[in-house]
Write a protein of this length. Structure first.
Length: 215
């Protein structure tokens, strides 16, 4: 299942059912950030991509749209997962498989979502350990060329921003760089960790706090 929201549209798409028309609202302007998070079946690079969440916010951190994907292997391909990975993200594979779509089915949805939200300017990816998420996205859901068409080459990683703030004396040298620890540091209420949607939303709030701290 896919949850697709914008400030003007809401789509719920299951299995082979796709949105047939996508409009562009005049309010979809001045986008800046594409907050991303993915969850896989294990820490290994070859593991199955299980979920991917995309949240578009403007430079005032106002929500402009989101795309929430549950994913499964193509056809008769098997899931590549391990117990540790599933214990971390809490995904029940049987239930997940019932709701998920394949990456092939998800590709046009992500393409149209990014296209719609990059009308006025390309989006700046934002995440925690962002490089790894981008790699999983371009390996499975969209070509690198199309990604670069809709998103800027430079991305923001809250773990790197933390290093900058440490160097400026704005945050303690010994502050843990995990997303959970940063959320606690900034007094952001805890979420259901290692769920792509919640991790992305918490990451956005952490970055917002970091921007305020750096001003």
């Amino acid at each position: 299942m896919i949850c697709w929201e914008t400030n003007k549209f809401y789509f719920v798409v299951a299995k082979n059912l796709y949105p047939k028309g996508i409009g562009v609202s005049a309010t979809i302007e001045n986008m800046k950030y594409l907050v991303i998070d993915t969850e896989s079946g294990s820490r290994h690079a070859t593991s199955t991509l299980l979920t991917a969440y995309f949240l578009v916010v403007n430079d005032a951190f106002q929500h402009m749209g989101c795309l929430d994907l549950k994913l499964k292997p193509e056809g008769d391909d098997h899931y590549i997962v391990d117990a540790q990975g599933l214990a971390t993200n809490g995904i029940n594979i049987v239930n997940h498989d019932h709701d998920a779509i394949t990456c092939k089915q998800a590709k046009p949805l992500l393409y149209e979502f990014l296209k719609m939200h990059s009308v006025s300017e390309r989006l700046t990816p934002l995440g925690h350990a962002t490089k790894g998420d981008i790699r999983r996205i371009t390996d499975n859901l969209i070509s690198k060329g199309s990604w670069d068409q809709f998103c800027t080459y430079h991305f923001i990683d809250t773990s790197v921003v933390l290093q900058f703030l440490r160097a400026c004396g704005k945050m303690p040298e010994d502050e843990d760089g995990s997303i959970q620890a940063l959320a606690a540091y900034f007094n952001i209420p805890p979420a259901t960790w290692h769920v792509a949607k919640f991790d992305a939303e918490i990451t956005m709030k952490i970055f917002q706090k970091m921007v305020e701290l750096g001003r």
